[in-house]
Ligand binder design. Sequence first.
Ligand code: NAD
Length: 500
Amino acid sequence: MSNVYLNYIGGEWVPSASGETFESRNPAHPDQILGLFQRSNIADVDRAMEAAAQAQAGWAATPAPERGLILGRIAELLEERREDIARTITREMGKVYAEAAGFDTQAAINTARVMMGEGRRMLGQTVPSELRDKFAMVIREPIGVVGAITPWNLPILLPSWKLFPALLCGNTVVFKPAEDTPLVGTLLVQLLEDAGVPKGVVNMITGYGHEIGDRFVTHPAAQMISFTGSQAVGRLIASKAGGELKKVSLELGSKNAVIVMDDAEFDLALEGALWGGYGTSGQRCTAGSRVIVHEAIHDRFVEAFTERARQIKLGDGLDEGVQMGPLVNRKQLERVHGYIELGQQEGAKLVTGGRRLDDEMGGHFYAPTLFTDVTPDMRVAQEEIFGPAVCIMKAASFDGAIDLANSTDYGLSFGIYSGDVNRVFAAISKLQTGVVNVNSPTMGVEIGVPFGGVKNSGNGLRESGTAAVEEFTELKSVMVDYSGLHRRTGINEDVTEVKR
Ligand code: NAD
């Protein structure tokens, strides 16, 4: 019998009004069911939003340093439960344990710590007033109820980027984890409850986005929708929630590029490109899915890359020595394979991989794949494959490499390997992207800096670091006139004496 997990609304673990559940399965062993989860419906959305709305004033009135202490407790519990959480991440979405523990969970711990500190900052501003005997300042206030919708590929980090700053800033939250990772979402919410987050301040409903999404993103109680996921769903949410004049934050996909110049440290660039391409089986918004290599080292690089790609050990991410896990589900496997077939039809050269391994390995495994002879007009060079498929493109010059990198509608995490400081700074300036990595892989980000993309990778907001405080607060401008005079304009002499 599988465990049945519940929604969390108003501080209670409750079943969905639908009476229905859905399964979460292990992608490395699809016959293994991790649990049954509530298939929430519109009544559950309403209930969760109302619970969040009710709890909001009390939470907003709690001093920010006190809210920060709860964030500190969350960091401690994440440390204590790191192994259990990371093992669950691996079992539920497939990435290898070292990534689940060392990046996903660690980044959530770091986020909680940064946010604990923000409880004593949340800086506003004072500005010089235009008038004598007047004081002007800007203070930060919570937005209200935040609806948070997350994908499955970083199932603890991405919720932490939304929930932790939203809560720290005095908002209450309704969280909908991805349907592929409801167990990790449940572990996180259990942890928040154990850390002392008051009833109704965080609420979670599990279920299918296409069934409850419309009500979720247009619910009158929600003042902000914070979404990370695909461009297609992001556009839908932007139009629906935007139509209701809600604040909408979108972190979407990308087709990242890493440039490898002829003056790069060859082995360093090779390691970075392999990790950027095949880490998390390529299922990262920051995956280095395009590698743009200078023609002087192109053939040597392709040869070395191919040799290493063929040696990658696939398997259950909990097994010793495994370097790459399965894709998250069968649909994703089919999608990736469809792109590989498309790439060949478009004229790209399949150098290695291009094979489904589900029959021989049991789980949703796909061979690390490399295309060369890729040109910018091909769909495999433009669209996010979200699998272990790297496109190597050849550039004749530095400027040509920059043009190739910028030749997509996306711009999230780009990079350059070069030993020439002039080229590095020129690349930092010319790459159209939200994040630049120099001599390091495109994947991953430091928690202290803002994260987000340009072009179609987002809508201009930033998560992570102190930028998250800007994202999850409203600014209130306050002017205090202590002159005792009635002043109709901004001219000091334009005064009317008011009798006291
Ligand atoms: P997805 O867009 O299919 O789903 C994301 C979430 O949206 C899920 O929780 C899903 O249930 C929900 N959803 C689906 N339809 C909805 C609807 N109509 N209304 C409301 N919610 C709905 O994406 P995915 O396949 O889970 O994740 C992969 C995508 O996420 C990739 O494109 C990847 O690049 C992107 N991503 C972006 C970042 C970033 O920070 N920029 C980080 C990680 C992943």
